[in-house]
Design a protein around this ligand. Structure first.
Ligand code: ADP
Length: 503
């Protein structure tokens, strides 16, 4: 059964109950009132007639007579007087007087004041009967019956009953139809919502929303569904994007791995050819020194590419583990010793630029919760890049403080970057055209740095100018307004990175 029909039936049922109760009440009150008035009149009449009843003694009791004055105003239809006489066989009763009526009467022992309803010649009457006693005695000698016609009242009550039933039925019919109409109107928005949801479910377009602007319960349902759709769409888009990114990552990775492998295979083939020739015809073309020279170059190339490959594989592994979200132990770390350690080790890196360690006082007393190895790796990615992209000049490590954060800065006076390149440098496998071919690299360093920064709740900032140099900042949020013990930065849970192998 549909909700619409159920609602209508409920409402109509309730209305029917209320109308039945109301009808009964009205009918009861009206009939009680009408009959009460009639009963009162009958009783008054009986009282008025009583003084005119005269007992005539005979051998077996009192024969009652009634002599009503001429001018007596008869309100009632019938009057009857019954005498209870005592003969040898027992009590006999007899009608002493009857006016306009012929009423049945009770035996002496049953005589008492009461009302009864009788039908005479098919017409309804109400009869009031009251026992008659002699003055100063309780002995019942007769009975006075006064009858009143109640046909008018009965037909009035019948009319009232008919009106009540008919209006009740009509009202119920109207209420049912109105209920059907109103519930359809009330449920229409739900049907719209259902239809829209079905359309969305059967189609593949998650950007569709359920239309409407009402603020009622249906409006809330609609906006909840729309929010749900929005979240579904975002999640679906995210999934799609991550799928695309994953596919691009795999294809980029295989491409990057193929390049060094091709070089290695080429050099191995070349070496084979060079040394095959030593015992054949072509051997005459190359001297042993030339052969050794060529072999050295080939082996050097192979070693370079093998190193590049090993670094690439390590970086790939690092990112894959980061994506998988492995756990990294975090501890309370003081930033100053960490920066000093990075500075000390950086001095041994191959470089053309000068290595300068600037003021690190800003880090004094600053503690963060983090992983020492990962933070060192992050600094090394910046420092190595600094050296790589600074053919001459200087690379500097320093610390700065702003309102609510401390920053470690790796600044160089190298080749710098153009405005167009900067948005991409944290993308996996991105290498600016300028860097390709000129410097060795995987294009993964800065994406790893970003993962490490995210893991520590730190933010990265780059300031650079083409041809003038770059500055890479890693900012740690610190609340300087609190005492020292509150300087600890709680990072959010992030996928963890394994250590990056230095080349
Ligand atoms: P890689 O250095 O292995 O190429 P990265 O992810 O570390 O990969 O860097 C991405 C790109 O950002 C680099 O190829 C380079 O073009 C640019 N880049 C990074 N650091 C610097 C820097 N200090 N100066 C100039 N360009 C840089």
């Amino acid at each position: 059964m549909s909700i619409r029909l159920r609602l209508t039936l409920w409402f109509s049922g309730l209305l029917a109950l209320m109308m039945i109760a109301f009808g009964f009440l009205v009918y009861y009150v009206v009939s009680l009132n009408t009959m009460q008035e009639l009963k009162g009149r009958l009783q008054d009449e009986a009282k008025a007639l009583e003084p005119y009843i005269s007992p005539n003694r005979n051998g077996i009791g009192f024969d009652l007579g009634i002599s009503v004055p001429r001018d007596f105003d008869y309100n009632m239809i019938g009057i009857q007087v019954v005498s209870y006489l005592q003969d040898r066989e027992g009590t006999v009763s007899r009608k002493s007087f009857a006016y306009g009526t012929d009423l049945a009467y009770p035996a002496k022992k049953d005589a008492k004041s009461r009302y009864t309803k009788v039908h005479m010649d098919g017409s309804p009457f109400y009869v009031f009967e009251t026992p008659i006693t002699l003055t100063g005695s309780t002995e019942i000698v007769g009975l006075l019956q006064v009858a009143g016609y109640i046909g008018k009242e009965e037909s009035m009550l019948l009319l009232l009953r008919t009106i009540l039933v008919l209006t009740g039925v009509a009202a119920l019919l109207v209420a049912f139809m109105l209920g059907m109409f109103l519930s359809r109107k009330a449920l229409q928005p739900i049907e719209q919502v259902t239809a829209a949801a079905e359309r969305i479910q059967s189609g593949s377009d998650l950007s569709t929303r359920i239309p409407g602007d009402s603020q009622d319960e249906i409006g809330r349902l609609r906006s909840t569904l729309n929010h749900m759709l929005e979240r579904l769409e975002t999640a679906y888009k995210g999934l799609e994007e991550s799928n695309i990114a994953q596919r691009r990552f795999v294809s980029d990775a295989s491409h990057e791995l193929r390049t060094p492998l091709t070089t290695i295979r080429g050099n191995v083939d070349f070496l084979a050819k060079v040394w095959e020739g030593a015992h054949g015809e072509k051997s005459q073309a190359l001297t042993t020194e030339e052969r050794e020279q060529l072999s050295k170059e080939a082996i050097h190339d192979i070693a370079d590419e093998a190193r590049r490959m090993s670094r690439l594989v390590n970086d790939l592994l690092a990112l894959a583990r980061a994506d998988a979200g492995s756990d990294v132990p975090m501890e309370r770390l003081s930033l100053r010793p960490l920066a000093e350690e990075a500075a000390r080790r950086a001095a041994f890196l191959p470089r053309n630029a000068e290595w300068i360690v600037g003021p690190l006082e800003a880090l004094d007393g600053v503690w963060v919760k983090g992983n020492r190895d990962y933070l060192l790796q992050l600094l090394f990615i910046f420092i190595e890049n600094g050296f790589k992209y600074t053919p001459s000049g200087e690379v500097r490590l320093e610390a700065v403080r702003s309102e609510d954060r401390v920053g470690l800065v790796v600044a160089d006076t190298g080749i710098g970057m153009s405005k167009e390149e900067v948005p991409h440098i944290f993308d996996r496998f991105y290498r600016a055209d300028e860097s390709r071919g000129k410097t060795s690299g995987t294009g993964l360093g800065l994406s790893i740095a970003k993962w490490i920064a995210d893991m520590h709740n730190a933010s990265l900032e780059v300031r650079t100018k083409l041809g003038e140099g770059s500055r890479f900042f890693v900012w740690f949020p610190v609340d300087f307004s609190e005492p020292a013990e509150y300087d600890i930065i709680e990072p959010t849970e992030r996928p963890r990175l394994p250590e990056r192998e230095e080349s």
